[in-house]
Design a protein around this ligand. Structure first.
Ligand SMILES: [Fe+2]
Ligand SMILES: [Fe+2]
Length: 274
């Protein structure tokens, strides 16, 4: 049996330390829990997409843990597909690679194949998007009898797999469609995501879609429209045992539920004010 900790949306930076006080209790909790592996669901940094120091800072924090960390990039780490001000591009991806390793990856544990994906490429039209999709198809088809779990930053959808474009919060429908095909073709058991800073756990068909909460901050009504799930902080502990998996949502003692609404003008000022 292997215990895998899924943390997400830490939003850490040496310059903007608004959520950094939550790292110490999270780190203490990780050390007490002593999992076999940590998965970070993205938005590791406040603004790694523009500031390499954010990555240096976070890589150092990770290297001080006694547990290996595998991370997938979030929008604040490597930018967004086709974004006007912070598009995902080779410079931003190279920054991620330099400090935190591959932006998509595969790890086999027990009778599972864990696949980390870079959701920020999806819909970008970049060559890296096609390369990732080709790699994903091969990696899935070579899974043989292993069960498959995906980890990526953006949820594929909020309520309905066939919903339209609802903006900032999910993968766009055109990029989502081939992924849904792969999910059903290979009976993906679990799709675990971050980004919305909410906990949500449900099945659609035979696939479990789990939104991991942030351990950095929550979103209030000024920054997030009504959507499924519960606004809270926490972490997810997975126990992979043979072909089975259990997921448990845990509170972390000492986390402060900062609200981004209260500090957004400092942490993420509007682009025209930068
Ligand atoms: Fe986030
Ligand atoms: Fe995000």
């Amino acid at each position: 049996m292997l215990r895998v900790l899924h943390i997400s949306d830490t939003h850490l930076s040496p310059r903007k330390r608004h959520f950094e006080p939550n790292w110490a209790p999270l780190r203490a909790w990780i050390e007490a829990e002593n999992p076999d592996l940590i998965l970070h669901g993205g938005d590791v940094t406040v603004d790694g997409a523009n500031d390499e120091d954010d990555f240096r800072f976070c890589a150092e924090l990770f290297s001080n843990l006694r547990v290996p960390v595998l991370a997938v990039p979030g929008n604040h780490d490597v930018g967004e597909p086709r974004h006007l001000h912070q598009p995902v591009n080779s410079e931003r991806l190279a920054r991620w690679h330099r400090h935190l390793g591959p932006d998509y990856w595969c790890r086999d544990i027990e009778k599972w194949r864990l696949i980390g994906l870079n959701s920020q490429l999806l819909g970008s039209g970049r060559s890296e998007e096609k390369r990732q999709l080709d790699w994903l198809k091969t990696t899935m088809s070579e899974a043989r009898r292993r069960r498959i779990a995906w980890f990526l930053h953006m949820p594929l959808f909020l309520e309905d797999p066939v919903e339209g474009d609802i903006g900032y919060w999910t993968v766009k429908p055109d990029a989502r469609a081939p992924l849904l095909d792969l999910i059903s073709m290979h009976q993906v058991a679990l799709v675990a995501t971050g980004h919305v800073h909410r906990l949500h756990d449900r099945h659609v068909g035979r696939t479990r879609y789990l939104w991991a909460p942030s351990s950095g901050f929550v979103c209030g009504p000024a920054t997030q429209p009504p959507m499924p799930g519960v606004s809270r902080l926490g972490v997810v502990v997975y126990r992979f045992d043979g072909t089975e998996v259990e997921a448990e949502i845990k509170d972390v003692a000492g986390l402060t539920p900062y609200r981004i609404d209260d500090v957004i003008h400092e942490v993420y000022p509007p682009h025209d004010a930068l």
